[in-house]
Design a protein around this ligand. Structure first.
Ligand SMILES: CC(C)=CCNc1ncnc2c1ncn2[C@@H]1O[C@H](COP(=O)(O)O)[C@@H](O)[C@H]1O
Length: 206
């Protein structure tokens, strides 16, 4: 499938407007070239495929890499950042974007959940862990049907996936309400999966 075809099909899934793809990614830079590459690739693909990036609003670390790559490839961007993190995560410049400053971290997550069509989680720290669990629990509790795809570069989410399996095995998580999330090795696969999932449910829940 060519990039052009994907873009045309993907944008048609939400009444002709770009897909709003929320990328969760760390504020730290990481010491792994593979992880940095994943961040840049994700931004590049979002721009090249004509999508709209929603992200944490910072210029630092992997977040900044995603945002700059997306901007360099023509994406429109919305950054969502709590007031108290603005100084810390904007010491390194971020690209041109529509900036939403929230009162709290909780409001940031609510805003991201509400204003995105799908979520892609990249490597990150406590913040990303918190954001992944937020989307999973919204799905588990039936409050969101939006797809989430985890990019498992360097196998960093293997532990989390194993933990969820363990909780399920001990029947601490109900299998009936299993939240749907997908784990893939590359940004290319993440974007293609998000596009096909949204295309399949075109006209489904916003
Ligand atoms: C699961 C857990 C103990 C969470 C507590 N800690 C946090 N909760 C929510 N957002 C955070 C937390 N720590 C950092 N963040 C923010 O989430 C974004 C990604 O952070 P991180 O690099 O994954 O870190 C950054 O904007 C960061 O400032």
């Amino acid at each position: 499938m060519t990039t052009t075809t994907v873009q045309a099909r993907a944008t048609s899934t939400r009444g002709g407007r770009p897909l709003r793809i929320c990328v969760f990614c760390g504020a730290a830079p990481s010491n792994s070239d593979a992880i940095v590459h994943t961040a840049k690739e994700t931004g590049r693909l979002i721009g090249e495929r004509g999508h709209h990036l929603v992200y944490g609003g910072g210029g630092s670390g992997l977040m900044g890499q995603v945002a700059w790559a997306a901007a360099d490839h023509g994406a429109s961007i919305r950054g969502v950042i709590p007031h108290f993190l603005y100084e810390r995560e904007r010491t390194i410049a971020a690209p041109q974007q529509e900036l939403q400053i929230t009162e709290t971290l909780q409001r940031r997550k609510e805003h991201m959940l509400h204003s995105s069509d799908a979520f892609i989680a990249l490597p990150g720290g406590y913040g990303i862990l918190d954001e992944i669990v937020e989307v999973l629990s919204a799905s588990y509790l039936g409050r969101s049907a939006k797809p989430m795809v985890i990019v498992n570069t360097e196998g960093i989410w293997d532990g989390l996936i194993g933990l969820l399996d363990t909780l399920t095995r001990f029947e601490l998580i109900s299998t009936a309400e299993q939240p749907t999330f997908h784990s893939v090795p590359t940004p290319e696969q993440a974007l293609s999966l998000v596009e096909s999932l949204l295309l399949a449910r075109s006209g489904g829940p916003e």
